[in-house]
Design a protein around this ligand. Structure first.
Ligand code: CUA
Length: 157
């Protein structure tokens, strides 16, 4: 083997590494239960949220024995529903969108933190084991009321 062949091998190895790296970033979040924004998202027409079957009536819905779905709308400068009420020992899949501008949906003290983007639906599944109360805050600057944009999440017995 001459030097030239080694160089080619390294090039191939480097390419493989890059491809693996990109694949990890792209598909790494699948199966972890928390979907990142940037995954392929279902979309929703922001101007027609009121007529949308899910977001026209923001709510928590039971879909299985301990499984719930929460449809959350972020808008200047509040969340709907508020408070969000879920039972303890539940698994909740949040679907979050925004009505007007970009907000975030961040549950204080947890790693739940997603952007809420008009037209996009962020999805994440969270388990709530214990009764408690959490604050929901917006981490994306969205206007003069941004710092007061707060909601509550209650995990009830
Ligand atoms: Cu909504 Cu900042």
């Amino acid at each position: 083997m001459n030097i030239h062949t080694y160089e080619k091998l390294w090039l191939v190895a480097a390419m493989l590494l890059i491809v693996t790296f990109i694949a990890t970033i792209t598909y790494g979040s699948v199966g972890l239960g928390i979907a990142m924004v940037g995954d392929q998202q279902p979309t929703v027409e922001p101007t027609e949220l009121s007529d949308d079957e899910r977001f026209g009536d923001p709510r928590v819905e039971q879909v299985g024995e301990n499984e719930y779905e929460a449809y959350v709308v972020a808008q200047t400068f509040r969340y709907q529903p508020d408070p969000i009420e879920v039972p303890e020992d539940s698994q909740v899949t949040f679907y979050v969108t925004a009505r007007d501008v970009i907000h975030s949906f961040s549950i204080v003290g947890t790693n739940v933190n997603t952007m809420a983007i008009p037209g996009e639906i962020a999805e994440m599944t969270v388990e709530f084991d214990e009764v408690g109360e959490y604050g929901v805050v917006c981490n994306e600057y969205c206007g003069p009321g941004h710092h007061d944009m707060e909601g509550e999440l209650h995990v009830v017995p």
